[in-house]
Design a protein around this ligand. Structure first.
Ligand code: MV4
Ligand code: CA
Length: 461
């Protein structure tokens, strides 16, 4: 086991990783930028190193600065958290090459191959994981798109090979849009991902977005820890995640979980990761998806995710501790059949944004009141205390409220109670928005699909 881990991140996820280290009797090292010198993750760590000015590129994203801090602290491992350098294969390979410092995450090779969407699709196809019908090689000219359209019909998704997350997708609704959309997809690919290559997929109009949590050790053991339903999104921004998915039958759950295991094994993937799928409601069917509903591989997230907490609450496994233990060479000590999903959990991202002003991020302020909720089934992952100054140099998420209930209804009731107890004054947050969502009948009926919030919000605006 490691002696000391440097957490190359900030905020709630930095404290989350340090809590796992504490339980493993591993020392904790924080890094911070000028903007974070009084922040919670610095307070929590055994020791802390300033890595530079507020600008992320000169601090949290500075490869050499982070590795130098690990050297100074004599840390023997680095955990990247999510965001920042978590999926940066180049940084991972620098850490792999740094003597005496272990990268807590998948190998840089696995990150490389799964980060390139066409390569990932080839690997999945080989492993007999269903992929969204489309190409596994890049397309370059409009004729190829039109031929695809004749064969598969419209709409077509044109995706950037280096894309993922909420970016890098153009939807072509009919043949007349092909030239323009192909050109803009290539331009965006070049601009955002430094890679103009694009590929095609049939565009699924009302899919559910299901993601499967994976843990895999360095001895060939791969387990899935069930799924999370992230269909409630706003402009590709997740605001509420939950698990298990009310839309899946046990049979479909098993099929999707086994497909995820096969896929990551084929990619020689290790540590924690998430396999994203789109699940297509059967035409004309309502309610839970039928046993032969179609599910398709979308992409792999080669990092711990914000919403890993939902899986921890319904399975009881501490995924971050598993990451650290796997990176230290330990074998996974449970079988797939030991994994049980118990109850229901919902995670609410607490963003310092003003929902009434189109979710505009807060521009500053002091947490004059900070009263966290508590009680049965209520978990709060944050790095805040009353009186803290809001740091606005990075993303707007300041905490995560995760609620567990014996079933989804109890989880919703308990969430409403926790959101009522959660007192924050001095900055705007989206807590009122979450309270509203929990009373929305489509949410409660859990029939929403990925386009839900954009439509809902557009109507309500
Ligand atoms: N062929 C095909 N059909 C429908 C899709 C719908 C989406 C999508 C669109 C809008 C919100 C989403 C939320 C979660 C997951 C996916 C989406 C989608 N995304 C959005 C970003 C990237 N993660 C992939 N790809 C899709 N691909
Ligand atoms: Ca190394």
């Amino acid at each position: 086991m490691f002696r000391k881990v440097l957490v190359a991140n900030r905020g709630e996820i930095a404290v989350r990783v340090m809590r796992a280290c504490e339980e493993l009797n591993v020392g904790t090292v924080a890094i911070y930028s000028e903007a974070d010198k009084d922040s919670g993750h610095v307070r929590y760590a055994d020791e802390a190193y300033n890595v530079g000015p507020a600008r992320a590129a000169d601090s949290y994203l500075d490869h050499e600065g982070v590795i130098e801090a690990a050297r100074k602290a004599d840390a023997d491992a680095i955990h990247p958290g999510y965001g920042f350098l978590a999926e940066n294969a180049e940084f991972a390979s620098k850490v792999e090459a740094a003597d005496g410092i272990t990268w807590i995450g998948p190998s840089s090779d696995a990150m490389e191959s799964l980060g390139e969407k066409t390569k990932a699709r080839k690997i999945m196809k080989e492993a007999e994981v269903p992929i969204v019908p489309g190409t596994t090689d890049p397309v370059t000219d409009p004729e190829e798109v039109k031929t695809f359209g004749e064969e598969h019909g419209y709409p077509i998704a044109i995706k950037a090979e280096g894309g993922g997350g909420g970016r890098g997708m153009k939807v072509v609704w009919d043949e007349s849009e092909v030239e323009d959309q192909l050109e803009s997809a290539k331009r965006e690919g070049e601009a955002y991902f430094d890679n103009p290559s694009v590929y095609l997929e049939r565009y699924l109009e009302r899919p559910r977005h299901i993601e499967v949590q994976i843990v895999a050790d360095e001895h060939g053991n791969v387990r899935h820890l069930g799924e999370r339903d992230c269909s409630l999104q706003r402009r590709h921004q997740k605001v509420i995640e939950e698990g298990p998915s009310a839309a899946l039958t046990d049979e479909l759950r098993e099929k999707i979980g086994e497909a995820a295991r096969r896929g990551v094994s084929a990619a020689d993937y290790t540590n924690a990761g998430t396999v994203e799928f789109l699940v297509e409601e059967e035409p004309g069917r309502d309610g839970p998806l039928g046993p032969d509903a179609n599910f398709y591989f979308l992409e792999v997230n080669t990092r711990i995710q914000v919403e890993h907490t939902v899986t921890e609450e319904i399975t009881g496994y501490d995924i971050v501790k598993r990451q650290i233990r796997i990176a230290a060479g330990e074998e996974i000590d449970f079988e797939q059949d030991d994994v049980e999903i118990d109850g229901h959990a919902i995670e609410f991202r607490i963003n310092a944004e003003n929902a009434a002003k189109d979710f505009a991020p807060a521009t500053g302020g002091t947490l004059s009141t900070y009263d966290p909720p508590g009680g049965v089934g209520v978990r709060l992952d944050d790095a805040l205390k009353q009186g803290d100054e809001l740091v606005t140099d990075y993303d707007s998420m300041i905490a995560k409220l995760i609620v567990w209930g014996e079933d989804r209804d109890e989880c919703i009731e308990r969430s409403l109670r926790a959101l009522r107890e959660y007192g924050i004054e001095g900055i705007p947050t989206i807590i009122p928005f979450h309270r509203l969502m929990l009373t929305d009948e489509e949410f409660v009926a859990s029939t929403h699909t990925t386009k839900y919030l954009d439509e809902e919000l557009d109507e309500s605006r």
